[in-house]
Design a protein around this ligand. Structure first.
Ligand SMILES: [Zn+2]
Ligand SMILES: [Zn+2]
Ligand SMILES: [Zn+2]
Length: 140
């Protein structure tokens, strides 16, 4: 686990500071669940907010985490797959947002529904969000 974290930081050109190790560990432990900055603040027991914000920004820039847009209005981040690099994110997957417990998870890439874009339009990014109940909320 610890080694895994060190390796990831190396691979993504990030110096190994304590906060980076701690934050990355929280993402690894989340196992595909997206986390808001509030979730991370709670897990770290009141870290310096600016440092945390910078840490998230550098992780996003270096291809370690991506924004999981789930329509809830809260910015959430999730750990990237091994395919993301310092230069390019490859997170072309959908996210599932549970409307009951508010949890958001990354979904495996499946066939994406084709959307017709009017002629002359250029698509830069797209977000696919599925809303509903997670397994735990669906079977209380
Ligand atoms: Zn990514
Ligand atoms: Zn749920
Ligand atoms: Zn994701």
């Amino acid at each position: 686990m610890q080694e895994d974290i060190m390796e990831k930081l190396d691979k993504h050109d990030l110096r190994k500071t304590i906060i980076r190790k701690d934050v990355l560990k929280i993402f690894v432990q989340a196992e595909g669940k997206a986390l808001s900055s509030k979730d991370i603040e709670q897990a770290l027991e009141n870290p310096d907010r600016i440092t945390l914000y910078r840490t998230l920004r550098s992780f996003e820039e270096k291809g370690l985490i991506h924004q999981a847009v789930d329509g809830s209005g809260t910015s959430k981040y999730a750990l990237c797959s091994e395919d993301c690099t310092v230069h390019e994110h490859q997170d072309d997957h959908a996210h599932f947002h549970c409307t009951k417990c508010e949890q958001t998870i990354c979904l495996e890439t499946g066939p994406r529904s084709p959307v017709n874009v009017p002629e002359g339009y250029i698509v830069r990014r797209s977000y696919l969000v599925l809303e509903g109940l997670c397994r735990r909320c669906a079977n209380p």
